[in-house]
Design a protein around this ligand. Structure first.
Ligand code: FAD
Length: 336
């Protein structure tokens, strides 16, 4: 187990914020994690589990211990008819796993190509993009209780997946370290090309194959979203809100162009980015924090912004969306 003191977080969060962590622990094995949580090794509390830091906004130095899960290994566990069960350690970079599976002709993760972060955060966040959500491939998750070091498996249902959320972000928030995730993939993939311009992009690349679909998703993402290596950001700052059909009807009368989508919950999903743009925020700056010029849902660090500046900007945006549309925006990003 590697323990460091007084570490800069600049390269541990995609906003590129240069705060410090009092202590940082890199955990590589189940045994190390169990020993830590059983109290065999003492550490400064509070504890924060950090993957790639791509969905986190730090607003100051972290006066506790940051735990970096470094569980490695991608394995084909077994084949069941057309299904192939693959497991991956929490410390694997998510897109490396997507690349590994698509190269082997295993379908299910390709629409989620190039999403930043590590495998361990994927069930926590229930990541989604281009008409796919990771919950549809996860069979089980192995996690270790931070409270007593006990090891537990959560099946898909027990993960309590919802839109960009799960039990690990809800009732069990902060209580479990995810160490390994099992996915059910398909050896005979049926491609999901229904979203946006995917069909056209794949055709331009020469046809509908798994590898072309991954290439198309990567191409669209690289054109649409800022690269955190160049401009600090954490992807979509807010979730798309789901409102009652009654409120959606009122909004459609007042704003005929407002994008509305049926949500499986029976409510209506609205596009947060569209509302933010129509409040005049797209491309605006407030100090060193800003709203991306092509994607109003993405807040950016234009230089040396502080976490507080980004948070203040996000609160102003929330207030103006509430004032104009009467809709509350929920953050997708975790504020520390
Ligand atoms: C440019 C950009 C584009 C993005 N696009 C998308 C997108 O299309 N779709 C999407 O869904 N998201 C997107 N995101 C958000 C982000 O990539 C995902 O939420 C990702 O899963 C976060 O992974 P991470 O490892 O960086 O987690 P972190 O940001 O490090 O952590 C996120 C949360 O998960 C917890 N956590 C992390 N690892 C573990 C673990 N092993 N065990 C328990 N808890 C853990 C943390 O404590 C924290 O609460 C984007 C972000 C960026 C910067």
């Amino acid at each position: 187990m590697l323990i460091n003191k007084n570490i800069s977080l600049k390269h541990f969060n995609t906003f590129g914020l240069d705060y410090k962590a009092e202590c940082m622990v890199r955990v590589r094995t189940k045994k190390e994690a169990v020993a830590l949580f059983k109290g065999e090794i003492s550490f400064k509390k509070p504890l924060l589990i950090l993957g790639g830091g791509s969905n986190i906004l730090f607003t100051g130095d972290f006066k506790g211990t940051i735990l970096l899960p470094d569980f490695k290994g991608i394995r084909i566990e077994k084949k069941e008819g057309r299904s192939v069960i693959v497991s991956a350690g929490a410390g694997i970079v998510w897109d490396k796993l997507v690349e590994w599976t698509t190269e082997r002709g295993l379908g299910g993760l390709e629409n989620l190509s190039l999403i930043p972060g590590k495998v361990g955060a994927v069930p926590v966040q229930n990541i989604g993009a281009y008409g796919a959500e990771v919950k549809d491939t996860i069979i089980k998750v192995r996690a270790i209780s931070v409270i007593d070091g006990s090891v537990r498996f959560f099946n898909n249902k027990e993960c309590g997946f919802g839109y960009r959320t799960s039990i690990f972000k809800g009732s069990e928030k902060g209580r479990y370290l995810v160490t390994r995730v099992w996915f059910r993939l398909s050896g005979e993939p049926v491609l999901n090309l229904n979203y946006g311009s995917l069909n056209e992009e794949v055709a331009k690349l020469g046809g509908a194959t798994l590898k072309n679909l991954r290439k198309a998703v990567i191409h669209i993402r690289q054109n649409k979203l800022p690269d955190p290596e160049v401009t600090g950001n954490a992807g979509s700052f807010y979730k798309n809100p789901v409102v009652s059909p009654q409120l959606a009807d009122i909004l459609k009368k007042r704003f005929p162009q407002i994008p509305c989508y049926d949500d499986p919950s029976g409510g209506i999903k609205l596009a947060a980015g569209w509302m933010i743009e129509h409040c005049g925020w797209k491309g605006r700056r407030l100090g060193k924090a800003g709203v991306h010029e092509n994607q109003a849902l993405v807040l950016i660090n234009t230089g040396e912004a502080s976490g507080k500046e980004i948070l203040d900007l996000s609160e102003k945006i929330r207030a103006s969306v509430m004032e104009k549309f009467g809709v509350e925006l929920d953050r997708e990003v975790v504020v520390i």
